[in-house]
Design a protein around this ligand. Structure first.
Ligand SMILES: Cc1cc2nc3c(=O)[nH]c(=O)nc-3n(C[C@H](O)[C@H](O)[C@H](O)COP(=O)(O)OP(=O)(O)OC[C@H]3O[C@@H](n4cnc5c(N)ncnc54)[C@H](O)[C@@H]3O)c2cc1C
Length: 274
């Protein structure tokens, strides 16, 4: 199939944002292309213009800042995060989720930002970013706004991002640095596969957060839990927050059950089981 789009690869940020402003819904941003090019091939996406972000100066950088924490730019791949020692030391949950996303080859192309903009309910980076209290910086030709990831996902493959906006930065706050984390993903096979359910758990200063994937129309954050709460209470809170469906991979009852199993295992791994 011939996709028939125009390819643009601006090297300046203002040029990129101007293109998105000019073409709006007719443009699609290209990062690693592991989701977008599949959608173009199957006809799910029919952009008139594809705007590659990777040539803009600084967009492949992981940036550290004292007051903002870790800043992930549009061209940063999953493997960039996975193999960065500083990220591993400060945000082990981010690395645990990155390690379970697809294969080494896909992780070389796939970006963190493409994963969250694609907004699949099973996106592996979403549970970590929800637990870590990360924020999305959305930029357009006429301004910039910040949205916490807890408000970013609005439905399957839907987010608050406007067609003229770029997700320019994912900001992981310094307050979450050093938090202990665990990610458990149920798959049909032992190799790389999309998750049937995924449970991330983060514990810090007596507070516990869960990020759950593949168990609701969007990735789910369960916040406000205590690390001293009995496991039963944590499992009940997780199961109350999800709304799983039955599909070709399993039933909703099995998804709900496995969320409970994985919450318990994550608590045990973190040493938080009551
Ligand atoms: C074989 C295979 C296995 C996979 N396994 C997994 C898996 O196990 N877990 C998982 O979570 N995913 C998996 N995926 C999905 C995919 O690899 C990820 O979602 C990936 O992180 C997407 O990033 P990308 O850079 O390739 O995005 P792209 O395909 O380039 O873009 C994805 C979407 O985001 C938009 N976009 C990208 N960057 C921006 C930006 N900065 N601002 C605005 N919009 C933007 C694009 O227009 C597009 O709509 C798999 C894919 C394949 C092909």
């Amino acid at each position: 199939m011939t996709a028939g789009f125009t390819y643009r690869a601006p090297t300046r940020r203002d040029e990129l944002l101007a293109l998105l402003g000019e073409y709006g819904e007719r443009a699609r941003v290209l990062a690693g292309g592991t989701d977008l090019l599949t959608d173009v091939r199957t006809g799910l996406a029919r952009p008139a213009v594809v705007v590659d972000v990777k040539r803009v100066e600084g967009y492949r950088d992981l940036v550290w800042s004292g007051d903002r924490g870790l800043v992930i730019r549009p061209g940063v791949s999953i493997n960039d995060v996975l193999h960065d020692d500083r990220v591993g030391a400060a945000y082990p949950l981010l690395v645990a989720c990155a390690a379970d996303l697809a294969s080494h080859q896909i992780r070389n192309r796939a970006t963190v930002i493409g994963n969250v903009v694609n907004a699949s309910p099973c996106a592996d980076m979403a549970p970590a970013l929800l637990c870590l209290g990360a924020r999305a910086v959305l930029s357009s030709h006429d301004g910039r706004r910040e949205v916490p990831f807890a408000e970013f996902f609005t439905g399957p493959k839907r987010t608050v991002l406007r067609p003229d906006e770029l997700l320019e930065e994912v900001v992981v706050p310094p307050e979450s640095a050093g938090a202990r984390g665990s990610y458990r993903k149920l798959k049909r096979i032992k190799g790389h596969d999309l998750g049937i359910v995924g449970v991330a758990a983060m514990a810090q200063d007596g507070l516990l957060r869960l990020g759950i994937s593949s168990a609701a129309p969007t990735p789910v954050l369960v916040d406000g839990l205590s690390t001293r709460a009995p496991a039963e209470e944590v499992v009940a809170a997780a199961q109350a927050a999800i709304s799983p469906i039955s599909d070709v991979r399993c039933t909703r009852e099995y998804r709900s059950h496995m969320v409970g199993v994985y919450v318990r295992r994550a608590l045990a791994e973190l040493g938080e089981v009551a």
